[in-house]
Ligand binder design. Structure first.
Ligand code: GTQ
Ligand code: FE2
Length: 357
């Protein structure tokens, strides 16, 4: 039997249903739960504590060599609503990666795109198609689809950071490809400066005349430095009264999102600031960079209030309202799949309660 057979007391219909099942067909009038009034979301609001991520990452560092399992020592955040799938929300992979002193995570490339966000530490270099990008607290580093990447730690100190990948989306589209690549000499890597930043990270409103061709589907700038992000947040806070600044990381030449599948944003909330409750289609992952506060995800009986501190990772499933209260000054990095939904005409965002967005 090729597919599920539906039950009926009508003998003629029973024959039809048997025939349909044999023919790999199903009657829509017997199916339910397909066209729901609102998104039916399997992922749940969830928080992984930074303290536990750091401790368990370090323990994995003691026990597991970097070459076991895809050449990366990575702990994936698994949303408890997703039946064991290693995804933070149904459309985003989020994880912490731990690299001990003097370790190298060897070169490879894959069609799923990745980004790294650093909550604490410095010293690791990520080579993206041979371009060496230093990683330091508050930086965002991109490894776009099908770019070779490898991570080098030339220092004695271990380093941990957050990875976010669009793997669930690429997997759902049956478009995952992977291959290993030739790793480079780490000493040479750390001596060169990033050509991506030299060309495209020049400064506010400045883009090169001439220079390398722009990559078709993503930002030519591969690293966004914390000093620049913080300067922008402070400038915005100086001209708004609500104590809540919000910046989107963009392609500096064309203004779009950094990659076609993932949007990145940084928010700074002054102490005591409370945001409106906002929901949007598509998943989001928020990582706390500095400060403490409370993030409420979901509404009504499903609402969860997470007290957060640096290094915490919070999953915000599609259409779940999110609001934030800052107890101290609070810096939040958020990745979403909004560019995918926007490209398909499926993006919706609305304020559920409150005054300030
Ligand atoms: O650093 O290359 O979290 O390939 C998952 C897959 C990190 C990486 C992840 C990867 C990487
Ligand atoms: Fe990778």
């Amino acid at each position: 039997m090729a597919t599920r057979q539906f039950k009926t007391t009508d003998p003629d219909l029973a024959v039809l249903y048997e025939k349909l099942a044999e023919t790999s067909l199903q009657p829509l009038w017997e199916l339910s739960g397909l066209l729901t009034a609102q998104p039916v979301v399997r992922g749940v609001p969830y928080r992984w504590a930074g303290k536990e991520l750091r401790e368990l990452g370090a323990r994995a560092g003691e026990l597991v060599p970097v070459d076991r399992g895809g050449d990366r020592r990575v702990l994936a955040c698994c949303n408890p609503g997703l039946d064991g799938a290693p995804y933070a929300v149904s459309t985003l992979w989020a994880a912490v990666q731990y690299l001990r002193g003097f370790e190298v995570a060897p070169a490879h490339r894959h069609t799923p795109a990745a980004l790294r966000f650093i909550v604490e530490g410095e010293g690791v270099w990520t080579l993206v198609d041979s371009d060496p990008l230093h990683m330091s607290t508050g930086d965002l580093v991109l490894t776009p689809s099908w770019t070779f990447h490898e991570h080098h730690n030339p220092t004695a100190a271990p380093m941990i950071w957050m990875d976010v990948l669009d793997l669930p989306v690429v997997a759902a589209l049956d478009a995952v490809f992977f291959e290993e690549g030739p790793s480079e000499d780490a000493d040479r890597a750390t001596m060169r400066q990033s050509s991506s930043e030299a060309w495209f990270g020049g400064g506010p409103g400045l883009v090169p005349v001439g220079g390398p061709d722009l990559p078709a589907h993503r930002s030519p700038l591969l690293a966004y430095r914390w000093a620049d992000t913080e300067r922008a947040l402070e400038a915005q806070l100086a001209v708004r009264a609500d104590g809540h600044a919000r910046m989107r990381y963009s392609d500096p030449v064309r203004g779009g999102d950094v990659m076609p599948t993932m949007r990145c944003e940084m928010e700074r909330l002054r102490p005591g600031t409370m945001t409106a409750s906002v929901r949007q289609t598509g998943g989001q992952v928020t990582c706390v960079l500095h400060g403490t506060g409370r993030i409420t995800v979901g509404s009504g009986e499903q609402a969860q209030v997470f007290s957060v501190e640096p290094g915490d990772i919070v999953a915000i499933p599609s259409w779940a309202p999110r609001s934030v209260i800052a107890d101290t000054e609070l810096d939040l990095f958020t990745t979403s799949d909004a560019p995918v939904l926007e490209a398909l005409g499926l993006f919706r965002v609305e304020t559920v309660t409150g005054a300030k967005a």
